[in-house]
Design a protein around this ligand. Sequence first.
Ligand code: UT7
Length: 329
Amino acid sequence: MANTNARILSTGRAYPEGVLTNADLEKLVETSDEWIISRTGIKERHKAADGEYTSQFAVRAAQQAIERARIDPSEIDLLICATVTPDQILPSTGCLIQAELGAHRAAAFDLAAACSGFLYGLTLANQMIRGGQARYALVIGAEVLTRYVDYTDRSTCVIFGDGAGAALVGASEGDERGILGTRIRSDGRYAEQLYAPGGGTRLGITADNVNSGQHYFRMKGNELFKVAVRSMADVSREVLEEAGYKGEDVKLFIPHQANQRITDAVANNLKVDSGIVYSNIAMHGNTSSASIPIALDECVEQGRISEGDLVLLASFGGGVTWGSVLMRW
Ligand code: UT7
C-alpha cells in the first residue's frame, strides 16, 4: 500500500444536552454576557451532567462516523482518542470506546496533546495509513472539561465546554483527494500557561489537594493569546507553502475554537477571506481536542465542504502544542 493517500471518509459529533449560558455564569461569578461575548465570542457551552463521562460522547460521535463510512467496526485498525479528560486513569478511554464500538481489531490508545490532540491524531493516522499499517483509523477528540473547571474563577469558567467529534480516516488510492500535509509542534517551556497541577503522581489525589482545587485548570489567557495567534499562523503557512498553496487557495479554514478574537487574528495573518473561516464558538465555547472534529462535522452537515475543496485545520493548546493539517476534500 505504498503511496496511498489518507482521507477523511466521514465524521460525527455528540455533546451533552445540558447547556450553560452566559446568563447562568453571571449568577456564579462577577462577569457579564457583554464581556464574555466581546472578549471571547461565546454565548453558551454544553456541560455534562453529573454521571455523564467522556467516552459516552466519544462513542456516539464515533458511531455516526462509522455508520456514515458504511464500514464494520471490526475493520478499524487504529483508534485514537485525543483527550485530557479521560474517563479514568486506567485503562485508556480509547480502549473503553473500542469495547463499546466492537472495534476489536484496533490498536486503541489515548493521546494527550490538549486542544491540538485531534490534529496530532490525524497526523499519526495519516502516517499509519500511508505506511500500510492501517486501512481504517478512527480519530476522536472528546472532552468533559467542565469537570476540571473552577466555577469561582471567572478567567477560565466562561471559556470551556464539553463534547466529542470523530473522523473515520481511510486509505484513498489513485486520486488527488486526502491529507496533503501535516505539521505538529510543542514547547513544554510554556507548560504553566495552561495546566492542572493536581490529580497525577506529582500532587496526588489527597483530600488536601482536592479541597484546595489543585485539579482545576489554570490559565494565563493573555500570554497564551499571543502565542496562539503566532503559532497557528506560522504552522499553517508552513503546511500551505510546503504543499505549494497560499491562504487565498483555501476554501474552508477551521481553526481550533479558543476565542473568536484569536480566530479573526489568525485568519487575518494568513490572508484568508473571513467568509471561509468557520466558527461555532458562540454555541460550544472551547471544547479542546473536540473543537475541530465537531466543527468539521457541522461543516459537512451544512454543505460547506465540496469534493475537491482545499481545507485547512489549525490548532493550539496546553503544553503548549500546536499544529496544522491541509487536505483536499
Ligand atoms: O484552548 C487553547 C488555549 N487557550 C487559549 O488560547 C485562550 C487564550 N486567551 C483568551 O482567550 C483570553 O485571554 C481570555 C478570554 C481568557 C481573557 O481575555 P483577555 O482579553 O485576554 O482578558 P485579560 O485576561 O487581559 O483580562 C482583562 C480584564 C481583567 O481585569 P482588570 O485586571 O483589567 O481589572 C480581568 O480580571 O478582564 C477581567 N476578566 C473578566 N471580566 C469579566 C477576566 N475574565 C473576566 C470575565 N468577566 N469572565
